[in-house]
Design a protein around this ligand. Sequence first.
Ligand SMILES: *Cc1c(COP(=O)(O)O)cnc(C)c1O
Length: 394
Amino acid sequence: MRSSQTFHPPTRLLLGPGPSNADDRVLRAMSAPVVGYFDPVMLEIMADIQRLLQLVFGTAHKAFPISGTGTSGMEAALANLLEPGEPVAIGVNGFFGDRMRQVAERAGARPVVMEAEWGRPIEAEQVEDAFKREAGLQVVALVHAETSTGVLQPLEEIHEIVRSHDAFLLLDAVTSLGGHPVEVDRHGVDLCYSGTQKALSAPPGLAPIAVSPRTAARIRARRHPVQSFYLDLALFEQYWGTAKFYHHTPPVSFYYALLEALRIVEEEGLQARFDRHRQNQAALVAGLEAMGLQMHVAPAHRLWTLTTVRIPEAANDAAVRRRLLTEFGIEIGGGLGALLGKVWRIGLMGKNACPANVLLFLTALERVLQAEGVPCGSGTRAADHIYRKAGSPA
Ligand SMILES: *Cc1c(COP(=O)(O)O)cnc(C)c1O
């Protein structure tokens, strides 16, 4: 019965930790006819993607998408950069830092964990300590935007330390790319990966990655071949850039999607895009605080793309999220790991970071909390105040 019907998933407002809503232009681009992987048009598409990825990553060097979601970027980064038995310092202050640790372990490397509370960044001293603990340490891996906690990792001091030890800095920018400045060259990031379905407003399916020249040289000089054939960056590059050698079939429709998403970023301008994310997050936070809710992360370390707010004592976590979804079509995230049942995660990523969504969400949350018998104030006026102050009324 179902097979004869048109497939019709609902349109949700995705204000969780990702995926976020894809731009309509991106969805249309994806429906274009597929071309072959040696088609001259593919070369043009790949050149455009590379140029625009360099722009968003802030790099003059290699940037291309790995075929797979953000986690494939994580696997590729760790598997290519690390040799079996090698130590790697990993910042674990949330779910994705811990995932990095697991991936590094499976790649045969030896994680040296730098831990922080879920809601705090990794401190520069911890990185310095890791070098003292491990004489042969050459790789430091950090999560720029920890989507499980809402923390932005400062890099200024840390990249100086990594550089002073002539080591490599590996960065997870899945939730920052396209929403926060990710300055690969300026921060000496040697390998940086991201995903398409967060602040780039494309569907999940690709992991853009930026590779510094010294990383490329290190990969070429590996003693052991990369264990994964599919994620071997050297093999991947044989196709990428020349479209002359078959490695695996590139997900052509996703290349279309990424290209269109990146064009939208370029049209808006990076600085305008960052300002928009910052301003809408400020409005969201002002609204939530006016309602009487508490932020989980200190102001200095908050992400613009993802806000963690403490669940009020009287509220039923699952019931509130269910009502938001069924009554308003809004998805938000619950807590993960150490924050399970303690926070809600509200994403304002890519095109979703706009006054209409912030005001709708605050109204919806207020109504749901009141319907659930949880006392709370109203947040829209405080949010609107932020917009008026910035001269951009909703
Ligand atoms: C979402 C996310 C990932 C994983 O990406 P997938 O697309 O789910 O594979 C990795 N790191 C961070 C920080 C993320 O937010």
